[in-house]
Design a protein around this ligand. Structure first.
Ligand SMILES: Nc1ncnc2c1ncn2[C@@H]1O[C@H](COP(=O)(O)OP(=O)(O)OP(=O)(O)O)[C@@H](O)[C@H]1O
Ligand SMILES: [Mg+2]
Length: 211
């Protein structure tokens, strides 16, 4: 009996407002049009338990949240999402796209909040449980421009309420991650129109043999 091939796992990363959700939606529409069998999900969340953890993390009322507590909640949500949804889909041979994954944790909680990168990597390994990322699309655009696109920060969202300096550190973190993982992470210029960025992403996915 031949073993069914693992599906491809693609993560979409980048700063607030750069267009991750927009591009994920455009990709979903592309897949529907072209008959590509793919599943689309997002972090934190993706399953009922993980969505409840998402609510805790993002709730602006949780002002006293310790940075390490925040990290553990993200990783708890990721573990549930990966075990319950992502790994079974990949094992069934499905292509899975995820809006944010391990690199967001390294960029936000590591580079921007200053938590230990080594600890985050260990927790990322536990939480992702060996889910192999075939490709990471890093949407590269000025983090301040992203904020303006979104019409400014939503003050009821704990992460968005952080200042410009924090978001610059997040961006620098993503640039470092892209430089450190050149085989996995592809930088996509996301400063143009939605359609231009979509075209660039589809070209990369074709070039990498995903589509
Ligand atoms: N290339 C673009 N040019 C102009 N506006 C854009 C572009 N891409 C997305 N937008 C708009 O910018 C806003 C933020 O986009 P989107 O929600 O996709 O970003 P995001 O990266 O998912 O943000 P978040 O990090 O908050 O989830 C939306 O109003 C969207 O319509
Ligand atoms: Mg989004």
């Amino acid at each position: 009996m031949t073993k069914r091939q693992f599906g491809k796992f693609i993560t979409v990363e980048g700063c607030e407002g750069v267009g991750k959700s927009t591009q994920t939606r455009l990709l979903k529409e592309y897949c529907q049009r072209e008959g590509v069998d793919a599943y689309f999900t997002r972090e934190p969340g993706g399953t009922p338990v993980a969505e409840r953890i998402r609510g805790l993390i993002l709730d602006g009322a949780n002002t006293g949240m310790d940075a390490f507590c925040e990290l553990l909640l993200y990783e708890a949500a990721r573990r549930q999402h990966t075990r319950e949804l992502i790994l079974p889909l990949l094992k069934s041979g499905k292509t899975v796209f995820c809006d944010r994954y391990i690199d967001s944790t390294l960029a936000y909680q590591g580079y921007a909040r200053g938590l230990s990168g080594a600890k985050i990597r260990t927790l990322n390994e536990w939480a992702s449980d060996g889910a192999p990322i075939a490709l990471t699309l890093f949407l590269d655009a000025d983090p301040v421009a992203g904020f303006i696109r979104k019409g400014g920060a939503d003050k009821t969202d704990r992460l968005e309420a952080e200042g410009a300096e924090f978001h610059k550190r997040v961006y620098e973190g993503f640039l470092r991650l892209a430089a450190d993982n050149p085989r996995r992470v592809v930088k996509i210029d996301a400063s143009g129109t939605k359609e231009e960025t979509h075209g660039k992403i589809v070209a990369v996915l074709k070039q990498k043999g995903i589509f």
